[in-house]
Design a protein around this ligand. Structure first.
Ligand SMILES: *Cc1c(COP(=O)(O)O)cnc(C)c1O
Length: 430
């Protein structure tokens, strides 16, 4: 059998990874998954505390989603959305617009959260240009400090996490920056620059990659009202928050907000295959209509856009939401998680716990970067049978929505023991 750890060290370059440290550690080679668990090449099992990097919804190897992908495989694996359509794409578009906030009636497919955000930016920009007159001056975007919308240059331009983004600053387009969760600051920015702003871009309710920063209640609602007042579009990036993650199908619902553009990815296929969608209102869509030679076309599209296998998984994902009453059954589990986390928050080793639904950030407070405290915790967790990921000194728990109560208890217990072990060990001389 090939030595996958060695092949990895010899040939693979991992995302968001300092390869020097990585190649000194024994990589975990995951061979299969089942429900809330991952199994490595040695047969050891780990609770999947990251939901396959925030996208798994109903657990690994869900029979209904497995079957839907297999059945699609018997028809065709891939065609194209450029000049063709297919049943999965049409049906999914209808179902997404039916469950999305009011007014979002058009679906533009792509394949990652970054492209979904990139597309929202380009649509917003081109829409304002094509409206003409005063609107043509609307060429700027407002982003939130600590925002994350993906890793392509456009999405990085509206991002605000210095650690990830500052290197690329010279390549990025200029933006106006507002403080996260501070409606008065957004008002200040729009009052100063409103006439030149195409859109405000936000992660609704929770800024995930910032370390699970939860916005104060009413912020999103206020952002919507400010956008309306200043004639600016609102883009909600629901890539992380969508598909039940915050307790409702979409985070926007909790504040009764309907954005002009909405970005979906991660959970859209239940965590099975790469697929993304940028939803737009009919008004925006109509702004792109015209005869061919007017060149109002949206000239954008990726090769695997609207892939049929991914659409089949996405449709099955929505079916499972209905059949298993996922959102209803999630509510008591959110309450349980809150209870379990309250105990954890009371320990000396934890500075703060931030939670919205099934998004959790356990902030360990200030530690020397060189200690890599968040990372140490995840190494300890792995020894105890859970796979979790840190964001700096914040330990993130992002379980699949299907995770059972006893598994949630186990996950939080492992997190607690691992934090204790990592903090205690790091203060001992080595
Ligand atoms: C993960 C994420 C993205 C980027 O998605 P990719 O599929 O990794 O490109 C964009 N926006 C938000 C809010 C995210 O959490």
């Amino acid at each position: 059998m090939p030595d996958h750890a060695q092949l990895d060290r010899d040939h693979v370059w991992h995302p968001f990874t300092q390869q020097q440290g990585w190649s000194e550690e024994e990589p975990l080679v995951i061979e299969r998954g089942e429900g809330s668990y991952l199994f490595d090449s040695e047969g050891r099992r780990y609770l999947d505390g990251t939901a396959a990097l925030w996208c798994n919804v109903h657990g690994h190897r869900h029979p209904a989603i497995d079957r839907a992908v297999r059945e699609q495989l018997d028809r065709v694996a891939h065609t194209t959305m450029l000049g063709l359509t297919h049943p999965g794409a049409t049906e999914l578009a209808a179902r997404l617009t039916a469950i999305a906030p009011a007014g979002l009636s058009r679906v533009f497919y792509s394949d990652s959260g970054s492209t979904a955000a990139e597309i929202a930016l380009k649509i917003a920009f081109q829409y304002q240009q094509q409206r003409g007159g005063e609107h043509a001056r609307r060429t700027r975007f407002v982003r939130l400090r600590e925002a994350y919308h993906g890793d392509t240059i456009g999405s990085v331009s509206v991002g605000g996490i210095d650690l990830f983004h500052s290197t690329y600053r010279p390549l990025l387009f200029e933006t106006h920056v507002a403080e996260p969760g501070d409606a008065a600051d957004l008002e200040r920015v729009l009052a100063a620059h409103g006439g030149e702003v195409a859109a405000v871009v936000v992660e609704p309710l929770v800024q995930g990659a910032a370390g699970i920063l939860v916005q104060p209640e009413g912020y999103l609602r206020a952002a919507r009202e400010l956008c309306d007042r200043f004639g600016v579009l609102l883009v909600c990036d629901e890539v992380a928050t969508g598909f039940g993650r915050t307790g409702t199908m979409f985070a926007c619902e909790q504040e009764g907000v309907a954005p002009d553009l909405m970005c979906l990815a991660k959970g859209i296929t239940g965590g099975y295959l790469p697929l993304a969608a940028t939803l737009a209102t009919e008004e925006i869509y109509e702004g792109f209509l015209g005869s061919y030679e007017e060149f109002r076309t949206f000239f954008h599209g990726h090769t695997y856009t609207g892939n049929p296998l991914a659409c089949a998984a996405a449709l099955a994902n929505l079916d499972v939401f209905e059949q298993e009453r996922t959102l209803e059954r999630l509510q008591p589990k959110i309450a349980l998680l809150e209870e379990l986390l309250a105990e954890l928050a009371a320990t000396d080793e934890v500075a703060e716990v931030r939670q919205k639904g099934f998004m959790v950030g356990i902030d360990l407070g200030d530690h020397d970067d060189a200690l890599r405290m968040g990372h140490r915790v995840t190494v300890e967790a792995r020894r105890r049978g859970a796979f979790i990921r840190p964001l700096g000194n914040t330990v993130v728990l992002m379980p699949p929505l299907s995770m059972a109560e006893d598994e949630l208890r186990e996950l939080v217990a492992i997190a607690k023991d691992s934090i204790h072990a990592a903090v205690t060990e790091s203060i001992l001389p080595v």
